[in-house]
Write a protein that binds this ligand. Structure first.
Ligand SMILES: [Mn+2]
Length: 337
């Protein structure tokens, strides 16, 4: 697959690198690492993202290569620029979001570079995917390192390292393979500083975020013998804490810290008066089945839905649905309610 990708890159000079909307550390890290490699090859890469580069990832782009998509200004003619358009860290064209109409109209060959488990990608002229890879940054490293030789330029090594820690939850998830650890070890031996990368990517919270997390945890209901930890946040709570919806990112996982918790839930009120539900399961309980009852969905262990308000009524409906699912998937655990 990497040889095919190399052939594809060899055929083009102006290569547009994009990633999914709301880019993460792997999307940004892999695009930056690939841009370093393409420059090494004498190519002319550009990186365009939407809607912005997350604040905790901006330090990776020391050269200021990343452009934020602006269709009314500099990117009105973006579709006409590239010789090739590569979507990185996604294999579904619609994940480009607001850039999708340009992707659809460009005359350049379109390809994807990705590691997610999906059906065969559609809507591309060529696809470069490997579900065995942990991160897109790993694929870029495997492509570039043998051809560039080591050590890699430090900003490129840091970009690959950012990809790895982002998609493995800093080497905590089940995709933290031996290969990923060996790759990370090599990057550290080249000079990447793990503590510095970790602090810059992960330890970037604001006081308002810590405050709203504190409120949610303090008020968490522990239900069904401790098997369900449910947090509820109202618009008034958000205002009191000065928090935004972004501050609630990843909060839903927090109840899984508790040994007894099998299912973690977060309900929060949105400006339109509806209630957003997120559920996470440690392993045994199918939370996708719960969210489907409310017209939502996702995966078995991570799912979401939107419910009608008010908050307390939504909470009661969610509690009943999760209890039924616990009874189905783990009948013994919810016996003592
Ligand atoms: Mn990824």
């Amino acid at each position: 697959m990497l040889d095919r990708l190399q052939t594809f890159l060899d055929q083009h000079a102006r290569i547009l690198l994009t990633t999914h909307e709301n880019p993460d550390g792997d999307g940004i890290g892999a695009c930056l690492a690939l841009a370093h490699y393409l420059r090494f090859l004498g190519k002319e890469p550009r990186i365009v993202v939407s809607p912005s580069v997350p604040g905790n990832l901006r330090w990776l782009d020391a050269e200021c290569w990343i452009e934020v998509f602006d269709p009314t200004g500099p990117h009105a003619d973006l579709a006409a620029w590239p010789d090739a358009w590569l979507l990185v860290d996604a294999s579904e064209p619609h994940r480009l979001g607001v850039m999708y109409p340009l992707f659809e109209t460009t005359k350049a060959p379109r390809a994807c570079l990705d590691h997610h488990l999906k059906d065969a990608p559609k809507g591309f002229d060529e696809e470069f995917t490997d579900p065995a890879a942990t991160a897109s940054g790993e694929l870029v490293y495997d492509l570039a390192a043998p051809r560039m030789g080591l050590p890699l330029p430090m900003p490129m090594a840091e970009a690959v390292y950012a990809s790895l820690i982002s998609d493995t939850g800093n080497f905590r998830f089940s995709n933290s393979t031996g290969k990923v650890h060996r790759l990370a070890a090599g990057l550290i031996e080249q000079g990447v500083q793990p503590a510095r990368s970790y602090q810059r990517i992960y330890l970037q919270d604001t006081p308002s975020k810590v405050k709203v997390w504190g409120r949610a945890l303090e008020r968490m209901s522990l239900l069904f013998n401790g098997a369900f930890g449910l947090m509820a946040i109202s618009l008034a709570d958000m205002r009191d804490c000065g928090a935004t919806q972004d501050d609630l990112d990843e909060l839903v996982q927090q109840p899984t810290r508790l040994a007894t918790v099998e299912v973690a839930g977060l309900l929060y009120e949105t400006e339109d008066g509806r209630i957003k539900l997120s559920l996470r399961s440690k392993e045994a309980v199918d939370v996708n089945a719960v969210c489907k009852l409310f017209g939502g969905g996702g995966h078995r262990l991570a799912s979401g839905a939107k419910l009608d308000g008010p908050l307390q009524a939504a909470q009661a409906r969610v509690e009943a649905a999760v209890l039924a699912q616990l009874d189905h998937d783990l009948p013994k655990i919810s016996e003592r309610k």
